[in-house]
Structures are given as structure tokens and as C-alpha cells.
Design a protein around this ligand. Structure first.
Ligand SMILES: [Zn+2]
Length: 600
């Protein structure tokens, strides 16, 4: 009996390894993994860019700090993938293993590229759908910020009935969990393992221990506790980087130490305060959880990212002195509740050494921090990511699409400098205009999932609104003004209908529709290609900006919703046709950015 079983087992093993061998040679993949025919079309539409900036100006100690910050960045990168999908870590391991066991087949290599492009196991298809390409659960709007089965409706009802807990549940840097026995126990245990987190979160232990286990109840834990093991590792590297630069750039060292402690406290004030105006020498790093774009359930939870940057000192100084007259631009904006703006904005021109987590991708510029109080007290820093903004291959791809949608009249108006200026003034746009509602709430909590859309739209419009003033103060000449404007039109062109949860693409589509209805752009009667009526530009932009500023100031969710529904539409005969034209150019749709500093 025993031996018979044994021989059967041996036979099964033999058959299994035989099948496995066959799978190897054909690179067939287990269920749930996309085959090459599924991944290839997306990768064929992907532009691959490797950033390799000149770092020869860094000092020896700065180079050592870079190595530590890269080590911290790698930790944050996997943390971010976990924020997006709870099965990321295991799925990545399985995929790497499969890649080895198929002798690094093309099919699995493609999936690793897709992983890289998508920050995890869910890819955006050419039809703009979000699908898993390895065997994991489907994507959820709440990603991994909330319990997997929590709906927006249940969450909103719960908040209404438990308004005392709302602040904690809605916190930018907290995870929402169901109050199951296992969850509570695990969190209380972890608090014991991380006494520093315990000490810095007064009342957390009492709150957790007082909670009754009940799956219908929700509770929040700070990121500092939820990700305590990963953040501890990251902090060690931040402090080591600070040690390296301590003597040379004490401001940078102080910032790194403060930010390391912020990760422990979940309160970013010390790091934000020492970041914005510090004198950092040849480096800078945006580090932590700030942006809320990934939370599609309610748009309030921040994702982790790191952007490690080398400063171009000469270009930064030149730009800083060129940006003047901001108060005059603020005072001219079409709304009444003007604020006092700092006369000097910290703006830097940077080359990206490496990005991690949420920061990774084709992002061209960043303004941080976002917190309205920190902004008021300390200002914000604008980080222009020069080697991606001005990358010739990225511009070429954009230009191809622009040329396919726009009449010959206007094609030459698009330049990479125009894109640089429009983007720079978009970031400055975040500095100007409404930062709180009339009754003092911050825009994120007042406008929820419309907050990002309106804030980005405002900034796009402020950039375009400011362009004539920039001409008047000779910041622009005529060509630069037109290039700034042309890039504003390019920005609104969509190659696919946005999904509801894409704030950038939707606000761009809304601008497009507004410009079209108001005659700023019009399809040529014969060719259907767009012509731009530059004479109308300022009036149309002013009108739309006025509406956006009013909506932000009112902070009324329903009004925002009505506005979005009014302008967010897609007609196959118009938008679809233009999209078809742009797609026919075969210009790339996605950008997969790699970094020489990471040996990629
Ligand atoms: Zn923006």
C-alpha cells in the first residue's frame, strides 16, 4: 500500500515536471497571468525613458547621502505598492519566481515591465480599463486604504452616525479598518512592538483598547502604526543620509531628521517647515505621503512617494529672480477674497536622480506641501523636474498627437519651452486663489472626490490666465506667450474617454468642452481639425477660472458635482474622432521611466 502510493506520487511528479518543462519552452503561464499577446500591445504603446543626469557636481558626502536616500526610496516603493493593492508584495514575489522558472521568458519580462509601469498588478489597457495582469483580486476604488468590502455609501453613512470619529477616519494619513477582533489585536500588539509610535500618538492605545470588536464598526490607525516596520527601516536611512551631510549642508540634514521623525508621528509639520526654504546644496528630496490621487473612494488618503533630485543651481537662481509680481497676479484673479502671497517663491530646477512610489512616472513638476496651514505658515516649494519636462522623446510623442488634432495654422506654436512655462505657472497656480472655503474648511474635506479635479483645473487656468501679464512684464515675448497658450490647448486633448476617477483627464476634458462651446477652439468645417482663436483666449479662460474659484470658495459638494456633470461629456462623433486621429499617429501613450542611479 505504502509503496504503491509512493510510486503513484513519483509518477505524478514526473508528469508534473514534464508539463512544467513544456510550459517553460512555450512560456505558457499559469492561470491569471497575461500571455504575451495581452501585454505586448500596451508595451508597444509605451515610451521607455531612462534618466541619467550628470551628477558630477555632487560632493563626496552628497553622493553618500544619495545612496542612503535610494535605499529609503526602495522601501517606500514597495510600501506604495501595498497601499495600492493588498496582495502586491506576494504577487511581486510570485511573478519574480515565475520569471526565473520560465528562464526569464519574454512573457514574464513583459509582466515585470507592466508592473513597473503600473506600480503593481493592475494595468491600464488601451481601452482605458483597469485590469489585473497577474492572479490577484480586482482593483477597488478604496485601494488598500479602506476595508476591502467598504463602499462609499456605507462609509458616508458611518461618518454621519459617528461624527466624533470623523476626524480620525478622514485623516490624510490613516488607514480605515473594520473593528474585527483580529484587526484590533494585531494593532494593539504592534503598538507594543513600536514604543516610539505609542509615545508619539497620545490616546491611541486607550482608543484601541476601548474599542469593542464589531465588524460593522470602523476605526482608523495612523500610517505610523500601520506601516511601522517599513517606516522604521526608511527612517534609519534618512538619519544616515543626514549624518553624511551634517557638516556640509546642515539645513538638509535637519530636514532629513525632521522628516524621519514625521514618519513616526504622522505629523509632517517639522519636516515641511524645515524643507520649504532650507539651503540644501546640490540635492533635494520630496519624501513621504502627500498626494491623494490614488484614493478613488473618497480622495482623502495620501500615497507614499520619494523623489530624489539634483539641483541645477544656476537655472534655479535665474528662475527665482524672474518670478516677480505674484501679488499683482493674485489680486487680479477673478474672485474677491484675495490673500497675501509670499513675494519670493522657493522654485528649483532639478534633474531627477530617482523616483519611488507615487512620485514615479512622467510627472513634470510638483508643489508641496499641500496642507493649508503649513502652506500659510511656511510656504511651498516648487520642484521643476527638468530632465523629464524637456525630454526630447516625450515632447516628440506629444507633438505628434497635437499635430494630428490641430489645424496646420497652429502646429508650429507648440514648443517644449511652452510646456515648461505652462507647467511652471500651473504649479504657481496652486499657490494662488482659494485655499479655504468661505466657512474655513479645507478644500479636500469640503469637496471630497471633486477637490483634486477642481484644484488642478484652477491651477491649469491660473497658468493660462497669467500668460498675458507675463507678456506685459516681458517675462514672455510674443512667441513664448503663444507657446504657453498652445500647450494649454495640447493639454486638453484626450486620446480616450477618461474614467470618472481620473481628476486630471476629466478636468482637461472639461476645459476642452468649455473652450469648444465658447469658441476658443473650433473644428475646421472641412478637415475637422481644431483651430485656435487666440484673441478669445484670455476672456474664455477668465470666465472659466471665475467659476472654479467660486466653487472652491463655496465648498458646496453638490454645486461642484453639477458643474462637473455639466462640462464633462464625450461625444464619439467629436471627441472620439479626434482621439482616433491622434491614436492613428501611433504616438506612445504611456511612459515607463527608469533610472540609471538604480541600475535600471
Ligand atoms: Zn497640479
Amino acid at each position: 500500500m505504502n509503496s504503491m502510493i509512493k510510486s503513484k506520487v513519483t509518477m505524478r511528479l514526473a508528469i508534473a515536471s514534464c508539463l512544467f518543462f513544456a510550459a517553460n519552452s512555450l512560456a505558457e503561464l499559469p492561470d491569471g497571468y497575461w500571455i504575451q499577446e495581452q501585454s505586448q500591445p500596451i508595451l508597444d504603446a509605451t515610451l521607455r525613458v531612462t534618466l541619467d543626469p550628470d551628477l558630477s557636481h555632487l560632493t563626496g558626502t552628497e553622493a553618500k547621502a544619495v545612496a542612503e536616500l535610494i535605499a529609503a526610496g526602495r522601501i517606500i516603493n514597495s510600501l506604495y505598492e501595498t497601499q495600492l493593492h493588498g496582495q502586491s508584495a506576494a504577487a511581486k514575489q510570485a511573478l519574480l519566481k515565475l520569471h526565473e522558472s520560465t528562464n526569464r521568458s519574454r512573457a514574464t519580462g513583459n509582466l515585470l515591465d507592466l508592473w513597473h509601469l503600473s506600480h503593481g498588478p493592475i494595468a491600464t489597457t488601451l481601452d482605458n480599463a483597469r485590469l489585473a495582469f497577474v492572479p490577484v483580486a480586482a482593483e477597488r476604488p478604496g485601494r488598500n486604504f479602506y476595508p476591502s468590502d467598504l463602499t462609499r455609501e456605507e462609509f458616508d453613512n458611518y461618518l454621519q452616525q459617528n461624527s466624533d470619529d470623523a476626524d480620525l477616519l478622514l485623516d490624510l494619513r490613516s488607514i480605515v479598518r473594520r473593528a474585527s477582533k483580529e484587526n484590533l489585536l494585531a494593532d494593539i500588539m504592534r503598538l507594543g512592538d513600536f514604543p516610539a509610535v505609542d509615545a508619539l500618538h497620545l490616546g491611541l492605545r486607550e482608543r484601541l483598547t476601548a474599542l469593542k470588536a464589531d465588524r460593522d464598526s470602523l476605526y482608523a490607525v495612523p500610517y505610523a502604526l500601520a506601516f511601522a516596520p517599513e517606516l522604521r527601516e526608511a527612517r534609519l536611512h534618512l538619519n544616515a543620509a543626514a549624518d553624511h551631510v551634517q557638516l556640509e549642508t546642515p539645513d538638509f540634514a535637519a530636514y532629513l531628521r525632521n522628516r524621519a521623525r514625521d514618519l513616526l508621528s504622522s505629523n509632517y509639520e517639522s519636516g515641511d517647515a524645515s524643507w520649504v526654504s532650507g539651503d540644501f546644496g546640490g540635492l533635494n528630496v520630496a519624501f513621504g505621503s502627500y498626494e491623494t490621487y490614488d484614493d478613488k473612494l473618497r480622495g482623502i488618503k495620501a500615497s507614499y512617494g520619494v523623489s530624489l533630485l539634483a539641483r541645477d543651481d544656476e537655472a534655479s537662481r535665474a528662475l527665482e529672480s524672474a518670478i516677480t509680481g505674484l501679488q499683482a497676479i493674485e489680486d487680479s484673479l477673478p474672485y474677491e477674497h484675495h490673500k497675501t502671497v509670499r513675494t519670493k517663491l522657493p522654485v528649483g530646477v532639478y534633474n531627477i536622480i530617482a523616483d519611488f512610489g507615487q512620485s514615479r512616472g512622467g510627472n513634470t513638476a510638483t508643489i508641496l506641501p499641500n496642507d493649508a496651514d503649513h502652506t500659510r505658515k511656511y510656504g511651498r516649494t516648487i520642484l521643476l523636474r527638468y530632465n523629464i519636462m524637456m525630454h526630447p522623446d516625450i515632447f516628440e510623442s506629444r507633438k505628434k498627437r497635437f499635430d494630428a488634432a490641430v489645424d496646420a495654422c497652429c502646429r508650429d506654436h507648440l514648443t517644449s519651452e511652452g510646456g515648461f512655462n505652462r507647467t511652471l505657472w500651473h504649479e504657481i497656480g496652486h499657490y494662488l486663489g482659494v485655499s479655504r472655503t468661505a466657512d474655513g474648511r479645507d478644500l479636500g474635506s469640503a469637496l471630497a472626490d471633486y477637490a483634486d479635479l477642481l484644484e488642478e483645473m484652477k491651477s491649469d487656468l491660473v497658468s493660462l490666465y497669467a500668460a498675458p501679464a507675463l507678456r506685459a512684464m516681458d517675462y514672455h515675448d510674443d512667441d513664448a506667450l503663444r507657446a504657453h497658450y498652445a500647450d494649454g490647448i495640447r493639454r486638453t486633448l484626450q486620446i480616450t474617454r477618461p474614467r470618472p476617477e481620473q481628476p486630471y483627464q476629466n478636468m482637461q476634458l472639461m476645459q476642452f468642452n468649455y473652450y469648444l462651446e465658447r469658441g476658443l477652439i473650433a473644428p475646421d468645417a472641412a478637415s475637422g481639425l481644431l483651430r485656435v482663436d487666440y484673441d478669445q483666449y484670455h476672456d474664455v479662460v477668465t470666465e472659466l477660472l471665475q467659476q472654479v474659484l467660486q466653487l472652491q470658495y463655496a465648498g458646496d459638494y453638490d454645486l461642484a458635482k453639477q458643474f462637473v456633470e455639466r462640462w464633462n461629456y464625450w461625444e464619439e462623433g467629436l471627441h472620439g474622432k479626434l482621439a482616433e486621429r491622434m491614436l492613428a499617429t501611433n504616438a506612445t501613450r504611456y511612459t515607463l521611466v527608469r533610472f540609471k542611479a538604480l541600475q535600471e
